[in-house]
Write a protein that binds this ligand. Sequence first.
Ligand code: ATP
Ligand code: MG
Length: 355
Amino acid sequence: MTDKTILTVNNLALSYGSNPILKGVSMQLRRGEVVSLLGPSGSGKTTLLRAVAGLEQPHEGSVTIAGRSIYDAATGTDIPAEKRELGLVFQSYALWPHKTVFENVAYPLKLRKVARHEILQRVQEALKNLGLDQLAERYPHQLSGGQQQRVSIARALVYNPPVILLDEPLSNLDAKMREEARAWLRNLIVEMQLSALVVTHDQSEAMAMSDRILLLNGGVIEQQGVPQEMYSQPQTYFVADFMGSNNTMKGRISDIRGDSARVDLDNGISVWGLRRTNATIGQAVKAVIRVEQMRLADGPGEHRTEIELTTSMFLGDRFEYVFHAGCDLLRAWGKSQEAPGKRWLEFPPDAVWVF
Ligand SMILES: Nc1ncnc2c1ncn2[C@@H]1O[C@H](COP(=O)(O)OP(=O)(O)OP(=O)(O)O)[C@@H](O)[C@H]1O
Ligand SMILES: [Mg+2]
């Protein structure tokens, strides 16, 4: 652990009954860092966050915050949730319906027996930081979804916890608001010099908001890294599949040269790609290429194949083309409307991964 580390989770394991949910998760959060916990539904994101918060009981591993052990199965250390000094924002906001905005935000300070005048001052400051100062006397049902979300964030930040944990903080907002809110939330976290662990199942949200991403798969961390790395250097098919829009084609390896492999695809095409598997010649593999890496070419050439274009759809900022190649439907993007018919498609070998 370096002195910049504010949260360390080591080999955390947790089961519900006989059902293992977290199977040895280790991660670190550095001071001032925003880390996203990404993964499909049921992969254990909320469970990990709740275990760190002290709301679920692991049976193995340890958690340390700012050098202080808050959970350690080996020594029996288990600091109760309210003494862990964490700011928590729940997926559902969990505001108290019969308390005003002011009272909701003041609650964590009251719980900690902070003096009245100090509560007044700190709540006013938190509300101001979040643009809520005009709404202090309202009740939750008198607020929009976005305003309720900001109240729940104000409540988590009001006592300056060293670490805040946010569970899908933007999930109740509509698509357009979400995009604005993610930039706003990241700025807020960075400006207030907080360290945050943010759960999301939306990969573009995770990439936009965070310094690092942890991708959880069935209770283990499948891969972690900075967003660019997660997107362009996936170590497994699961990561490639989760992080972007892909064409995935099945086939068998027919040649290997160094780090590259040729795959004879079930759809009749042969492609060269980067080897991300130990599979050898004759073995079944998947060839994966991001939709944005597929190129419409103007004629024959290396790594190009003639394929039937069946559909050209207008998406606003681009066109999406659908090609029929044997058993596969392949997608590509481009700038112009294209009529159906035969087209040359290029599969750049450095953009194809073989898993
Ligand atoms: N209280 C509980 N009792 C039994 N099983 C539970 C309980 N809470 C969660 N689980 C199970 O644990 C697994 C992980 O759940 P968790 O809520 O952590 O997933 P998640 O990654 O947050 O998913 P989502 O994206 O849907 O919120 C799921 O299979 C879920 O059914
Ligand atoms: Mg969840």
